[in-house]
Design a protein around this ligand. Structure first.
Ligand SMILES: [Zn+2]
Length: 249
């Protein structure tokens, strides 16, 4: 199972768009935060979002965030929450830095028709999508924190009808604008380059659950480069994020 989950994570942000011929095209929504602009007087504003799909915790990233006081929005699954109590405790101890949001109960793509995405079966029905969303929220509530307001599904792809349903359940859907680590499969150098190149208003996505991957080192380097440039980091609940495909309006 662990291998399967890791594969899901790894494939989640591949550059390839899943498409199954005659089936409804899936959506991979974008998200931006309000740019700081010139009048903001700083080096720009970005939101860092990190997925914790399953597996373990990349303490290189977690420590760097704490040590450098970089706020982040962490998308956690029920699976990850169960196995990473120590990391959750660290995040909860720094409520000024970490916002925990909903990445689903079991890391199953929020697509309500049966199909394969990167070779992995989708939730496959409206009920199964709802169960994935609600079980993720319940896991977070069970871990004792504020109720999540944002959802990001496994693979970050959705059917349009699933998007509408998730919005009805009360969640905004977190797309992104910078794919920082390519599903945690990129090398350190390319990951650092991508993250370090983020612009005012960007929402970065990367992973915090792959401690053995080189990408994690690049995440830290890229973030420190942004900080050095004077970039301000915001969390999704502190920024009026605007997504396309009906994900936030
Ligand atoms: Zn994931």
């Amino acid at each position: 199972m662990r291998v399967l989950r890791n594969t899901l994570c790894a494939m989640a942000l591949s550059l390839f768009t899943a498409s199954a011929g005659n089936a409804t095209a899936l959506l991979e929504p974008t998200l931006h935060v309000k740019p700081q602009g010139v009048e903001g007087g700083g080096g720009g504003r970005v939101a860092l979002t990190l997925d914790a799909c399953g597996g373990k915790t990349d303490t290189r990233i977690l420590s760097a965030l704490v040590d450098n006081r970089i706020p982040a929005t962490i998308f956690v699954t029920g699976i990850w929450l169960k196995r990473n109590a120590e990391a959750v405790e660290i995040m909860r101890a720094h409520p000024d830095l970490f916002e925990l949001e909903n990445h689903g109960g079991r890391h199953i793509p929020a697509v309500d028709t049966p199909r394969k995405i990167y070779g992995i079966l989708s939730a496959g029905s409206p009920d199964a999508v709802q169960a994935e969303v609600e079980s993720g929220a319940a896991a977070l509530a069970g871990a004792g924190g504020p109720a999540p307001k944002w959802f990001r599904g496994a693979t970050a792809e959705y059917s349009p009808s699933a998007i509408a349903m998730i919005r009805k359940l009360g969640f905004k859907i977190a797309g992104f604008s910078v794919n920082g680590d390519g599903g945690s499969l990129l090398g350190a150098r390319e990951t650092a380059r991508r993250i370090g190149a983020a612009k005012d208003g960007d929402v970065i996505i990367a992973h915090i659950n792959q401690p053995t991957h080189a990408a994690g080192e690049g995440v830290v380097q890229g973030l420190l480069a942004l900080k050095q440039k004077g970039m301000t980091f915001v969390r999704l609940d502190d920024a009026d994020g605007v997504g396309n495909d009906g994900t936030t309006d």
